[in-house]
Design a protein around this ligand. Sequence first.
Ligand SMILES: CC(C)[C@H](C(=O)O)[C@@H](O)C(=O)O
Ligand code: SF4
Length: 467
Amino acid sequence: MANTLFDKIWDSHVVQHVEDGPEQLYIDRLYCHEVTSPQAFEGMRRRGIKCFRPENIFCMPDHNTPTHDQDKPIEDPVSKTQVDTLAKNAEEFGLNHFGMLNPKNGIIHVVGPERGLSLPGMTIVCGDSHTSTHGAMGAVAFGIGTSEVEMVMASQCILQQKPKSMRINIEGKLAEGVTAKDIALYLMSKLTTSGATGYFVEYAGEAVRDLSMEGRLTLCNLSIEMGARGGFIAPDEKTFEYIKGREYAPKGEDWDKAVEYWKTLRSGDDAVFDKELTFQAEDIEPMVTYGTNPGMGMGITQSIPDIDTIPDAGKASYLKSLGYMGFEPGQKLIGTPVDYVFLGACTNGRIEDFRAFASIVRGKKKADRITAWLVPGSWMVSEQIKEEGLDKILEEAGFEIRQPGCSACLAMNDDKIPAGKLAVSTSNRNFEGRQGPGARTVLASPLTAAAAAITGVITDPRTLINA
Ligand SMILES: CC(C)[C@H](C(=O)O)[C@@H](O)C(=O)O
Ligand code: SF4
């Protein structure tokens, strides 16, 4: 009997078991962006076949889109080709396409949930590792490779080995100034970037239930950075409330039926997981990373671990990582000068993230040394920023809001952090060169990013709340 929610959703989508092999899994939703879809379309063309369920496939460019002057032709030739190719492919194969400047455009992992396309109980895939984000809606969502994208286009199914299940409970209440991003960075600092490899993670516990939908999306987004195949949260009243009335959400009688089903989507009280871990919310403080993977994080008041705490086998790579960042073992990061601040990405480019950022900078001024890129995750977020008057607060504090896209999360468009510069970034990866060749990234929450933007140095955001 299926007793975990993961089993329930997965098992109800299995079309057939291949003996001693993978399972053929039905996929409810396929998202495509410009980076990982061209070869899949090419393969379909070569085989002379059409998409099996085109109505379930949604395409939008996000990685290569510039975050300014989107009404002008894209200057970078590679980016232009990528974005144009996606538009042509979507048209040829009769797929839904939210092109640049379409009010529905934005980062896929922001758009899917906010348009009501990602729903509880669904299986959702995309040629993108952060597809785990959609798990926040109570879905089984995971990233796939380009050949698998082609498989889903052709058959609406995919061959997959079923991952093991893990539950991570965060009990108790988060302290003020501590966010979903800090939970994720905390978990990775404890479990490392391979701590959940081979697992699908269900997040549970009071602190997770207390998160807003935006916070849950942030937490699930970072599952992949712990090595997990995906992460999700059982849907509840907050989920239903969030989805209700959204463009592609079920309506009328269909809505009632859907909610009735969604209410059954929870792990049984006696559910058994392959692994279960519990953490206390009160142990988490605002987090910052100091190294070149998202697991190298610490509480903002802590010091970078001393070299003798690192196992011998890891010492060389540890020092290399700190060398790249320009940090020393044992160093505290508070007070370190910052050059760039990036608010955005599928991790923290939602309305709540802009509200959080604005709550810190309200009535203050951006530090002169800081270049700040504030990039909404979608046009919908961009509109909401204006409706709520956050744009005024941000502009008065010396900030400018850009147009939606992945932006400085990865160096695939014009928004690159220059070599040697230090960025406090709300994105999800701090790998060498991730934000630009030689760029140095400190991952943090929108509150911590805002605190750095105002003071020009790494600052504990709790010292600025209500200040
Ligand atoms: C370009 C894409 C394949 C990649 C991913 O899969 O995650 C990107 O979105 C990223 O964040 O590194
Ligand atoms: S915002 Fe960053 S992490 Fe998210 S899809 Fe774009 S590049 Fe990947």
